[in-house]
Each structure stands twice: as structure tokens, then as C-alpha cells.
Design a binder for this molecule. Sequence first.
Ligand code: 13P
Length: 257
Amino acid sequence: MDKVFIGTNWKMYKTIEQGKAYCQTLNDIAHNLDKRIQLFIIPSYTSLIPLRQEVDSSRILLGAQNMHWDDEGPYTGEISPSMLKEIGIDIIELGHSERRQYYNENDQDLNKKVLAALNKEFIPLLCIGEKLEDKEMGISKESLSIQLKIGLKNVTKEQVNKVLIAYEPVWAIGAGGTEAPSDYVHVMHNHIRNVLIELFEEEGKDIPILFGGSVNRGNAIGYLEGKNVNGLFIGRSAWDLQKFEPILHDIEQLLKR
Ligand code: 13P
């Protein structure tokens, strides 16, 4: 494995002060960590400007949790690509299941956001995942194919090397989620890889596919052993660095194998 992306979505947690304290410790941890581990953090909007100064940009990428597709306009409550570019954001997280579920984000709008992010030379992190109903109906793969094919429509082969995919089964996310078995995750990642190759041929082989949903120290390495699992996108187990640091050291050991 040449590079693994390990990042955390803070959702609507952590104040600026809490975020600063977190970043100071994470910088120290990152300093001594295997350079093949590409760390990233995705805080709330209010923390992005202060944390831009705190995060060691040579080791940790900084992301925003959402973005509008237009550069300006009458869209109360939204944040534009130019606004995020102005403050030096690296990654734009798009289509997290909580945004799809509570704010009705759909694949067509996410496609506009992916294209806008690429236009501004951000790294879009497109989140996809099947719902429990899809899994029970036996249509998980179909659901993932649809989300990928619409979400990545009109992305060119030249642009796609900037894209990250996060596979997060909706039923595995958060406190009420169920941990996904690693063999299930490996099968789904292989399916996602096949769809990416269908869409982008050779270029589809190198798009990093991250896994997320109740990742913890007990299951992280099992997931990463899948050949098409190129990183982890972690919520609760990364918000406390006492829990996150041991996971990072386990990944370092895996990279040495
Ligand atoms: P948990 O790791 O807390 O299940 O959250 C995962 C997630 O939503 C990352 O985006």
C-alpha cells in the first residue's frame, strides 16, 4: 500500500477552542507518523479560519463539510467555492448521508458540487452509501452504482485523479449504527472500484476509496486489509485523540508488513 487517507469528519461537534487543542496534539502525532498516512480533518465552518493557522498543512489536509456549486448568489445560509478557496481549504466533503437524509441532498445537486469543487481545484470527497432498506432488498450495489454514476457525471479522466470516494453504508454510521463485517466492506469496495474503472478506465484504478461507519480500533485494520480499501473516514473514534492515536499506530504497523 503506497498511501492511505485517514481522516475525520467532526460533524456538528467541537468549538474553536476545542478544535485548536485537538490540532495542536494532532500536529505532534502527525510529525512522527509514517508519511504514507495522509491525515485530514473536516471541522465546522466556524473553525475553518482559525484552524487553517493551527493545522500543519504539510501533514494534515483541511476540509469543509459542504459547499454550494455557485460562486455567489441569493442562497441564504450557503458557502461558495470562492469563499472556501479564499481561506485555503483543501478538501470539500460532499453528500454525507446526514446531509442526504436531513437536508434532502440529491445526486444531481451533488454532481454540480463535485464539478464546482474540481473547477476550483479542491479535492472533492464524495460520500456514498446504501441505506438499510437497499441492503435488505439486495440492491446495495445498484444503489452505489447510481450514486457514483450521477455524482461523477461529466468528470473528465484528467480531473478524476483529484477525487476521493468515501463509502459509508448508512446503516453503519453513528451511535445507532451497526459495524459492517470486513468481508462485506471488501466486496463493496471491489464493486466501487469496478464502477470507477467502467467510468474512467485506467484512471479509475487509482481513485482512493475510503471506508467509514463505526470504524474503531477493533475493526480498522480488518477493513484496510481489503485491496480496494485505501483509507478510513472516521467519526466518533477520531474525535478523542486518545482513541485515535492508537488506531494511527496500528495503521503504521500495517504499512510495515
Ligand atoms: P462514525 O465513525 O461515528 O460512525 O461516523 C462516521 C462518519 O459519519 C464519517 O463521516
